[in-house]
Design a protein around this ligand. Structure first.
Ligand code: PNS
Length: 161
C-alpha cells in the first residue's frame, strides 16, 4: 500500500492545501495530512482547532485522514509506513524554504515529492490569509467552509488580549 504524508502547520488550512491533498490522493493509495509543529512559527490557532478544520475540509476526500504530529515528521512517516512526503510549491521562495527540509528528511530516510501549485490558488498562503483577515478583508474565497469564522474569532480573542 502506498502511503503519502502531506505535512504543514495549517494555520489555517487553505484552498491551496486542499488542492495538494486532493492531487496527492490521486497519486497514492492513502494520504495522511500531518498537522505538525513548525519551530519557526508561532501559530494563531491552537493545534486542536487546526486539526479539526483540516478534518472538516478533507471529510469528502476518499482515502485521506488527518493526524496531529507533535514530533519529528520522519518518525511519524516510519510509524505509519509512509514512503513519501508531498508538498506544494507556489514559487521560488517556497522552493528555497522547502529544499533544505526535503534534503534533511531524505537524510533521515524519507523522500519528498513537490507538486507545483495550481495557478488558480497559487496566491493563497496561510500567512496572507491571516493578514487579510486581521485588516478586516474577506477571506471566505481563500479557505474551506467554516475556516473564516474560526480565524476571525481567534483574531478577536487575540485583540482582547
Ligand atoms: O506549513 P509549514 O509551516 O511550511 O510546515 C512546516 C512543517 C510543519 C512541515 C515542518 O516544520 C515540520 O516538518 N515540522 C515537524 C518537525 C520536523 O520533522 N522537523 C524537521 C524538518 S526537516
Amino acid at each position: 500500500m502506498s502511503i503519502a504524508v502531506v505535512p504543514g502547520s495549517f494555520d489555517p488550512v487553505t484552498l491551496g492545501h486542499l488542492d495538494v491533498v486532493r492531487r496527492a490522493a490521486d497519486l497514492f493509495e492513502e494520504v495522511v495530512v500531518a498537522v505538525a509543529t513548525n519551530a519557526g512559527k508561532a501559530p494563531l490557532l491552537p493545534v486542536a482547532d487546526r486539526v479539526a478544520l483540516v478534518e472538516r475540509a478533507v471529510a469528502g476526500i476518499a482515502r485521506v485522514r488527518v493526524a496531529e504530529v507533535p514530533g519529528l515528521l520522519v518518525d511519524f512517516c516510519r510509524e505509519i509506513g509512509a514512503t513519501a512526503i508531498v508538498k506544494g510549491l507556489r514559487s521560488g521562495g517556497d522552493y528555497d524554504a522547502e529544499l533544505p527540509m526535503a534534503w534533511m528528511n531524505r537524510h533521515l530516510g524519507v523522500e519528498t515529492l513537490f507538486l507545483p501549485a495550481d495557478p488558480a490558488v497559487a496566491h493563497i498562503a496561510s500567512s496572507l490569509v491571516k493578514d487579510v483577515a486581521r485588516h478586516g478583508g474577506r477571506i471566505e474565497e481563500l479557505v474551506p467552509p467554516g475556516v473564516a469564522d474560526v480565524v476571525r474569532a481567534r483574531l478577536a480573542q487575540e485583540d482582547r488580549g
